[in-house]
Design a protein around this ligand. Sequence first.
Ligand SMILES: Cc1cc2nc3c(=O)[nH]c(=O)nc-3n(C[C@H](O)[C@H](O)[C@H](O)COP(=O)(O)OP(=O)(O)OC[C@H]3O[C@@H](n4cnc5c(N)ncnc54)[C@H](O)[C@@H]3O)c2cc1C
Length: 441
Amino acid sequence: MQTAYPMKEYDAVVVGGGFAGLIAAVKLARANRKVILLERSNQLGGRGMTHEKNGALFNLGAHALYRDGEANAMLRELGVSIEGSVPPTNGYGIWQGRLAPLPVTPWLLLRSRLLSGSGKLELGRFMGRLHRYDPAAIPKMSLREWAEREIRDPMVRHFFYALSRTGTYNKEVSRQLAGPALLQVQRSMKGSVLYVHGGWQRLVDQLHELAVRAGATVRTGAAIANIIREDGRVSGVRLHDGETLSARTVISTLSPAGTHRLVQDAELPSLERWKNEARPIMAAGLDLALKRLPIPDRHFAIGLDQPVYFSHHTSVARLSDEGHRVVHLLKYNGAGESDPRADERLLEETMTLIHPGWRNEVVARLYLPNIAVSHDYMHLDRTGPLPGPRVPELPGFYVAGDWTTHGEMLVDAAAASADRAARQVLEDLRPHTRAAATETA
Ligand SMILES: Cc1cc2nc3c(=O)[nH]c(=O)nc-3n(C[C@H](O)[C@H](O)[C@H](O)COP(=O)(O)OP(=O)(O)OC[C@H]3O[C@@H](n4cnc5c(N)ncnc54)[C@H](O)[C@@H]3O)c2cc1C
């Protein structure tokens, strides 16, 4: 049915208002392109949004910004002010249902009950040479294969896998490519991470403001139903309410499946392959705000024999005006491996192990039973070229978002891919100035 709305002409429509979409919109608008960003939800930020509950600010699960990552560099370059602090690295390992200090200093390593004498020596040496590995030089192999080649002691390997899970959120060590995972571990050891004051929404809101100031139109509550094609190329988008917008290019930052749905009736083998080969990184998250921490100096713990994580984010970040303590617990899940009730129980038991009596202190709670931390990652099952920025079979159609990684991870992949997509759009639009595009409308 033909819409009653007038057709509007844009150089670019950006679908999705998470980090990838917002960064792409800022870049395109700053290049003087007529751009509109459409976000389905009423709040911008996607998986990077922050919720306020009883005076506490919850990111959607534990969120840490890698100081050496692409997102941190790009946000700063765009003019986003990032205020936050580096959390302490000491904490506990969980092994056979008990807590033991992580051997993060020579003294703690020497005293560790987790490792044998030879294990201590091997861990010390391994950590000493960790920063010297060149991730780009590692051939295509799984992280498990690499670790089994480099590390002999099984307990040292457990320790390394736990470090890698914390950095990548991924427990699929047999599928994950070694190089990108190792780079992430190096980044977490070397540059460390920031817990952002006010939550990631502070970054999202600044990106929004920068996009609007540069001339972009940003609409929330606007869900795209499909992409309109004409003469074998993109000509616009149709919203769920029937409105249509005319555009020369469209960047989708939706998941591979969500992007595929936008062009369901088209034969796009690349997109089909990206969708079918995607292996999302999934997790269950328990976010808590507490009146006080039962054991005040317990800030961080990671499972060594089970894929769980605990971190006290208000140890360094300002996330509550009331003085509440915000903590995040996470259980890493493989794709298709989720049991929300069992996962919640495990997270609660983990909390009890670290902070007995925590239930009496709860002021706010958010449980995320099964959320995609990343829609895909660098794994062994991918065939053909890496996704994006162009969808080769449909001129004018581009993809960005964390799953369109070319080696980066998580929000760094979202940022880097948004940059790739925006550059490609600008290059492909080059002969058509904004004036020319408007004249032909
Ligand atoms: C529990 C958890 C912990 C994490 N921790 C970290 C961390 O510590 N460090 C890190 O770097 N990263 C972390 N991440 C990952 C990071 O949050 C994501 O990689 C990043 O936010 C993804 O941004 P994006 O723009 O690619 O996708 P999204 O944020 O998913 O954005 C896509 C947007 O598209 C919108 N949309 C969907 N359908 C439509 C439609 N039809 N029309 C219009 N809009 C639509 C969605 O509402 C959404 O806002 C974490 C993620 C989770 C879930």
